[in-house]
Write a protein that binds this ligand. Structure first.
Ligand code: NCD
Length: 325
């Protein structure tokens, strides 16, 4: 299936927040991701849809799967992918984010994939550099490709995510994964439940369009999917929760606890996972229930879809500028 099969022009140069996407954008991303998912399972993975474009991975925070999957996605689409090693960069010598970004932009990459500890850094870089920017996680704010790959994984099982009951449990307060998932699941029409101790919930959570629980056994009733989140210790300044053992006792996912869910409940985790803190190790590895590695596989396909569509926008914008429109 080629892109020519669609008559819809993806209208975005950036992916910074899920709030920028409408249901049609999401459908196109999922259709392209399904295509790349199938391609990625063949020995002929390489394509040239991004040939000539340079993708710059700019990760100011640690990452294993997100950076690796953006790199693989860009390479499989034929882009030149440059991983900018921030730890060895002038940022560690006191250069401002703006100067680092403008310096890199002068090398004329086309797409910047940015992870940063500060909320708003990707939008700031998009404005400063004029480059296409994909947000790979900004502080506690958003992680849009994670939300897309999570809903895509669920859609692969269910067809539709709308109408399903999905629980997010754990450190909601500090989680950009939770914020982006809530935004996207709301657009897709899912019923969202949140479960956490009051110290790990934001004060305005009642305005998020979710049902909030403090008791996990109540929260799990009849859920179709459950997503466990890691405690974001790097974003905590004080003692938000008791010991890991006590957290597991109150909020950890186990087979026994899941008995009140839908019989086909799917278990998710964005990674990195702390086994025995937010999820029992046997549940994490249960091939019947856990889709954690499917999420990783979907991640490459969804990021290929996003880079492909943004690449089309870049070429379209360039040609219309050239034509003086
Ligand atoms: C998440 C992140 O970095 O926000 N990980 C990821 O991208 N897969 C979640 C986390 O770090 O806990």
């Amino acid at each position: 299936m080629t892109r020519a099969a669609f008559s819809y022009d993806f209208p975005h140069r950036h992916l910074i927040s899920v709030a920028d996407l409408n249901p049609v954008d999401i459908r196109i991303i999922f259709e392209r991701a399904a295509h790349w998912l199938a391609v990625n399972r063949t020995p002929d993975k390489s394509s040239d849809v991004l040939k000539g474009l340079t993708v710059l991975n700019l990760f100011f925070e640690a990452s294993t799967r997100t950076q690796g999957s953006f790199e693989m996605a860009g390479k499989r689409l034929g882009a030149d992918v440059v991983n900018f090693a921030v730890a060895h960069s002038s940022a560690s010598k006191g250069e401002s984010l703006s100067d680092t970004a403008r310096t890199l932009a002068a090398m004329r990459p086309d797409i910047m994939v940015v992870r940063h500890s500060a909320t708003g850094a990707p939008r700031f870089l998009a404005e400063r550099t004029g480059l296409a920017v994909v947000n790979a996680g900004d502080g506690m704010h958003e992680h849009p490709t994670q939300a897309l790959l999570d809903s895509f994984t669920l859609a692969q099982h269910w067809g539709e995510v709308g109408g399903k009951r999905i629980l997010i449990v754990g450190d909601i307060l500090h989680s950009r994964v939770a914020r982006s998932n809530i935004g996207l699941l709301n657009i897709l029409g899912a019923e969202i439940r949140l479960c956490a101790p009051p110290t790990l919930l934001p004060s305005d959570v009642d305005q998020w369009g979710c049902d909030v629980f403090h008791d996990l056994d109540d929260a799990l009733q009849d859920c179709d999917a459950v997503m466990a989140l890691r405690q974001q210790k790097e974003r905590m300044s004080g003692g938000f929760v008791p010991s890991a053992r006590e957290f597991f006792h109150l909020f950890g996912l186990t087979h026994e606890r899941l008995e009140v869910c839908s019989p086909d409940v799917l278990v998710m985790h964005p990674g990195p996972m702390n086994r025995g803190t937010e999820i029992h190790t046997k549940l994490a590895d249960d091939p019947e229930k856990s889709v954690i590695l499917e999420q990783v596989e979907s991640g490459v396909a969804v990021r290929m879809a996003v880079l492909e569509l943004i690449g089309e926008t870049i070429r379209r914008d360039f040609h219309s500028r050239e034509a003086g429109q």
